[in-house]
Write a new protein. Structure first.
Length: 97
């Protein structure tokens, strides 16, 4: 029987695998194996949400309309941004293009 601990361990093992990949090409091939097209599209939208929220140029409603997602997805992204460390926020601000 699968337990919550097994799932958590699997997540951390997955992250460790990711940390060994260095090039966008390697990551692309890796994620092609692990993610469905829908999951990749969801991640791309999440990236666009975080980027737009960090840029602070549009309202949450405008972001939802432009990206084509629900306002609740924008709100969840906004709430998560409030919980991240200052180091991660600085990293994102430097690297999100």
């Amino acid at each position: 029987m699968k337990t919550q601990k097994d799932t958590k361990d699997g997540w951390w093992r997955f992250l460790e695998l990711c940390s060994h990949l260095k090039t966008p090409q390697d990551l692309s091939e890796f994620f092609k194996l692990f993610l469905t097209l829908e999951e990749k599209e969801d991640l791309a939208k999440r990236y666009m949400i975080v980027k737009a929220l960090l840029e602070e140029k549009m309202t949450q409603r405008e972001i939802a309309e432009v990206i084509g997602v629900s306002i609740s997805k924008i709100t969840r992204g906004s709430n998560e941004l409030k919980t991240i460390s200052s180091n991660l926020r600085e990293f994102l601000e430097r690297h999100i293009k």
